[in-house]
Design a protein around this ligand. Structure first.
Ligand SMILES: Cc1ncc(COP(=O)(O)O)c(C=O)c1O
Length: 475
């Protein structure tokens, strides 16, 4: 494709994306087609090029109808993953530039925009020097890297010898029972072993019970284990509960454990001064993960990983090679950041570009206003739920997640899970809205995660009507 052909096709596709976003509310939120439907309709790559108009026809006929529309105002499922159009433009610029950040030298702006943004976030979050940040693909990668760094820190860099096989005491990680599944995956992938992940019970606030964790640590020490790392969550995936980070940090510090704070979804709210108490103590952590690609609104993938002593991460991830020398051997030495030493991949996308464009083109006022709108909308919905006798809130609304159950007067307790599953399915299948059936304390409930970029109060009012419709229309 020549630049001129790109210009022509690009204009058509930008128009197409704008039209898609403008008309999205007319579509059913959830994909209406069975597995395999898309695959069957795709034409194999051909020897001769296709016209962009043919490709657009396929987008219209095959891709869009099968989409579950995350950017839809009636999307209340999982968590918000907003792809603000400003960040979409940034993504386009980043891939248009086509640079690959193997090293600072390979793409200097890629490194320096990332550093610039991370420094700004550090200041916003109250993370003073020596805290530094990086942009990873996902929060899962962030927690994995933190666990690897914690493992090496606790095992005296065992990776340079026989790895964990040569460690005299098994290394143990602690996390609350509702920590995201990425924590278990990270612990397994980092080689700790499932037997060495301690699942800590929760307190009455659905947060990690720090006293219980302290007792588990003592028991592990007495049994010859080495407490190594803790993962605390600010905004759990299920009910958006907040672990008491400051108390956990004290315990971690007492036992020289690495503390990773997972604020993947809720971290966006750290930009709101009135929410600062929710994030108290994060500066005491060793690493923190926040996903701009969730509620904040930067198109996936864009996940911030902050570390309070970057050398403990780069010391583990840095590998020297003849064609890409390590920081110590490169022309500019420590003068520049070599972000490949902050992650697993050698090649690096210019992810910072979409975050930069998002923040610059939308502006912080608009972003903060939207976050506050969502919090207020969640409170409004919670007040509606509480005002109806057959509805209940099953968890406090701490941010933008509203967890509900409908308990019809005549339904026996045994049938309640089936009723909940039925009305959630009825609503989701109808395409009127998308919510997440979930389980809390062994019983079914429905999570409503408010925060899609176009969702206004009127959409939440319509959702409330649709919830009431679904509970009387389900099988
Ligand atoms: C609290 C929390 N942590 C981590 C994750 C995983 O995020 P990612 O897809 O960026 O790995 C999620 C996603 O739902 C989450 O809610």
């Amino acid at each position: 494709m020549t630049p001129d052909e790109f210009r022509e096709a690009g204009h058509l596709l930008i128009d197409w994306i704008a039209d898609y976003r403008e008309s999205i509310s007319e579509k059913p939120v959830k994909s209406q087609y069975p597995p395999g439907w898309v695959g069957q309709r795709l034409v194999p790559p051909s020897d001769q090029p296709h016209l962009v108009t043919d490709v657009i026809a396929d987008l219209d006929d095959t891709i869009v109808p099968a989409m579950t529309h995350w950017q839809h105002p009636d999307f209340f499922a999982w968590f918000p993953a907003n792809a603000s159009l400003s960040s979409v433009l940034g993504d386009l610029v980043s891939t248009g530039l086509g640079g690959l950040g193997l090293s600072w030298e390979a793409c200097p702006p890629l490194t320096e925009v990332e550093e610039h943004l991370c420094a700004w976030f550090c200041a916003e979050l109250g993370l003073a020097d020596p805290w530094r940040g990086s942009i990873q693909d996902t929060a899962s990668m962030g927690v994995f890297l933190s666990m690897v760094a914690a493992r090496e820190h606790a095992s005296n860099m065992s990776m340079h010898g026989s790895g964990l096989a040569g460690v005299d005491r098994p290394l143990v990680v602690y996390a609350g029972s509702t920590a995201n599944t990425s924590v278990k995956r990270a612990v397994l992938a980092a080689g700790f072993g499932a037997d060495n992940l301690r699942i800590v019970p929760l307190d009455e606030n659905q947060a990690v019970d720090v006293e219980a964790m302290a007792s588990m640590v003592e028991a592990d020490l007495a049994a010859g284990f080495k407490p190594t790392a803790v993962v605390a969550t600010l905004g759990t995936t299920g009910v958006t509960a907040f672990d008491p980070v400051a108390s956990i940090a004290e315990l971690a510090d007492r036992h020289q454990m690495w503390l990773h704070v997972d604020a993947a979804m809720a971290g966006a709210a750290a930009l709101l001064p009135e929410m600062s108490s929710r994030f108290a103590g994060i500066e005491l952590a060793d690493s923190i993960g926040i996903n701009p690609h969730k509620w904040l609104g930067t198109a996936f993938d864009c996940s911030l990983l902050f570390v309070n002593d970057p050398r403990r991460l780069t010391g583990v991830m840095s590998i020297d090679s003849d064609y890409i020398p390590s920081a110590a051997n490169a022309e500019f030495g420590d003068e520049v950041t070599q972000y490949r030493d902050w992650s697993v991949a050698l090649g690096r996308r210019f992810r910072a570009m979409k975050l930069w464009m998002h923040l610059r083109l939308d502006g912080l006022d608009a972003i903060r206003t939207r976050l506050r709108r969502d919090i207020e909308n969640a409170q409004w919905l919670a007040s509606r739920v509480e005002s109806e006798p057959e509805w209940e809130l099953v968890a406090p609304v701490r941010l933008q997640t509203v967890c509900v159950r409908h308990r019809p007067a005549r339904t026996p307790a045994d049938d309640l899970d089936a009723h909940t599953a039925a009305w959630a399915k009825c609503l989701n299948d109808s395409g009127r809205a998308l919510v997440t059936p979930d389980v809390l304390d062994g019983s079914a409930m429905v999570r409503i995660s408010i925060g899609a970029e176009p969702t206004e109060r009127s959409d939440v009012e319509r959702l409330w009507g649709n919830l009431k419709w679904a509970v009387t229309s389900g099988p």
